[in-house]
Design a protein around this ligand. Structure first.
Ligand code: 4NP
Length: 152
C-alpha cells in the first residue's frame, strides 16, 4: 500500500495536531513516498494562527520546525481528500464522526488505536506547562513512528 495521506485533528489545531503533522512529515521526508500530511482543528478559534509557542519550542528542541504551519478548521470535504483522518482524543473522534459525510472515502481513527492498538487520549496540554507539551511530544513521536512503520 502506498503511504497514505493523513489529516491529524485536535481541538484547536495549535498544540497537538501541528506537532503530529511536523513529526510525521519529519519521519517520512527521507523516504521516496513523501505523503501529503496536514492538520486541522475541530474549532475555528485559532484559524490562521501559528502553533502554540510551547509546541514550536518542544519541536524545535528536536530539530523539527513547525513555525510556518497555520491553523485551519476541519471540513466535511477533508473526508474525501485524505486517506486517513486521525483524532487526537475521543472527544475529537466523536465530533469527527458527526461531521463525516456519508460519501466519505477516508478512514477515521483514534491516534492511539492506529498507533498502539490502545484507546487512550493524547492529553490536551493547552492549560498545562512545558512538561505537558514534552510528554505530548513523546507520545506523538512514538505513535507516529509506529504508524510510519505500519505503512513502510
Ligand atoms: P489543541 O489544544 O487541541 O491540542 O490545539 C487546544 C488549543 C486551544 C484550545 C483548546 C485546546 N482552546 O480552548 O482555545
Amino acid at each position: 500500500m502506498p503511504a497514505p495521506s493523513i489529516l491529524f485533528v485536535c481541538l484547536g489545531n495549535i498544540c497537538r495536531s501541528p506537532l503530529a503533522e511536523g513529526i510525521y512529515r519529519h519521519l517520512t521526508e527521507a523516504g521516496s513516498g513523501k505523503p501529503v500530511i496536514a492538520s486541522a482543528g475541530i474549532g475555528g478559534w485559532h484559524v490562521g494562527n501559528p502553533p502554540d509557542r510551547r509546541s514550536i519550542k518542544v519541536a524545535a528542541a528536536k530539530g523539527i520546525d513547525i513555525s510556518s504551519q497555520r491553523a485551519r478548521q476541519v471540513s466535511p470535504e477533508d473526508f474525501l481528500k485524505f486517506d486517513l483522518v486521525v483524532a487526537m482524543d475521543s472527544s475529537n473522534l466523536a465530533r469527527l464522526e458527526s461531521l463525516m459525510p456519508s460519501e466519505a472515502t477516508a478512514q477515521l481513527h483514534l491516534f492511539s488505536e492506529l498507533a498502539f492498538g490502545t484507546r487512550e487520549d493524547v492529553p490536551d496540554p493547552y492549560y498545562g506547562d512545558l512538561e505537558d507539551f514534552e510528554a505530548v511530544y513523546s507520545m506523538l513521536f512514538s505513535g507516529c513512528s509506529a504508524v510510519v512503520a505500519k505503512f513502510e
